[in-house]
Design a protein around this ligand. Sequence first.
Ligand SMILES: Nc1ncnc2c1ncn2[C@@H]1O[C@H](COP(=O)(O)OP(=O)(O)OP(=O)(O)O)[C@@H](O)[C@H]1O
Ligand SMILES: [Mg+2]
Length: 263
Amino acid sequence: MTDYLVPEEPYYRGVGDEIAMYEAAYEIRMPMMLKGPTGCGKTRFVEHMAWKLGKPLITVACNEDMTASDLLGRFLLDANGTRWQDGPLTLAARFGAICYLDEVVEARQDTTVAIHPLTDNRRILPLERKGEVVKAHPDFQLVVSYNPGYQSVMKDLKQSTKQRFGALDFDYPTHDIEVEIVSHESGVDAETASKLVQIAERARNLKGHGLDEGLSTRMLVYAGSLIAKGIEPLKACRVALVRPITDDVDMRDALDAAVTTYF
Ligand SMILES: Nc1ncnc2c1ncn2[C@@H]1O[C@H](COP(=O)(O)OP(=O)(O)OP(=O)(O)O)[C@@H](O)[C@H]1O
Ligand SMILES: [Mg+2]
C-alpha cells in the first residue's frame, strides 16, 4: 500500500468549505461524490485530501468497457495454474485505501452495482467468483466523480447508487482564486493569469450559446505554462484555449477576437 501513498503535498487551493466537509465525511467514512465540470480541480482535491489524511489513494478511470471484474479482480493463468488477482477496488477495501472512481457514470450499471454493498453500512465486498467476502478495512473510503453536464437519461446514476453518497459541488473558482491557481501552477505573473481568467470568463458565458462546456482551469494552466515557456500569448491561447474547445469556425473567430482584446 505504501506505493499508493501520496508522497508530497499536492497543491490545492480551497475554494469554500470543501476541505473541512471532506474531513468530516472521512471521519464517518461516508462515501463521497465530487460533482463538477471537467478541469475544475476534482482530481487534485482528492489527491490533496489523501495526502492530508495520510491514506493511500487508488484511482480508477471508469469507461463503458469496464466490467465488474476490472474493479473486483479475476483469476489469472500462470505457470502454477490459476491465481487470483485483486482488482483496484478490492485492493483498496482490503488494505484501507481511498478508492477514487473517476467519471463513474461511464461505467455500466452492472459495474456500479458492484459498489453497493461497500457503500452502505455493510461495508463488504462479495467476490462471487472467488467465493470470498472482503470486509472493508476501517480506513477504506470510496470517492467517485462525475460531470453532471454530460448526463443523458441513458447514462445517469441510479438513485439507489446516488443515495449512497454525500456530494460536494465543484465549479470554476471565483476570479481572484483562479488567478492565484493559474499563476501558481503555470508560473506566469498575476497580471497575465488575470487576463487568462478574464478570457475564460467570457468564454464561459457562451456555454449553451454555441459552446458545450466552459473553458476549464486546466486549459488556463496549459496556456499559462506555454506563455511561461516563452510562447507568444496570442499563440498560446489559440493552441491551449480556443482550438481545443470548438470546431466551429465562427465560434473560433469570436474566441480569437476575445483573446486579442487581452493580449
Ligand atoms: N482548487 C485548485 N487548486 C489547485 N489547482 C487547481 C484547482 N482547481 C483546478 N486546479 C488546476 O486545474 C487542473 C485540473 O484539475 P483536475 O485535474 O483536478 O480537474 P478535474 O475536475 O479532475 O477534471 P476532470 O473531470 O476532467 O477529471 C489541475 O491540474 C490544477 O492545475
Ligand atoms: Mg479528474
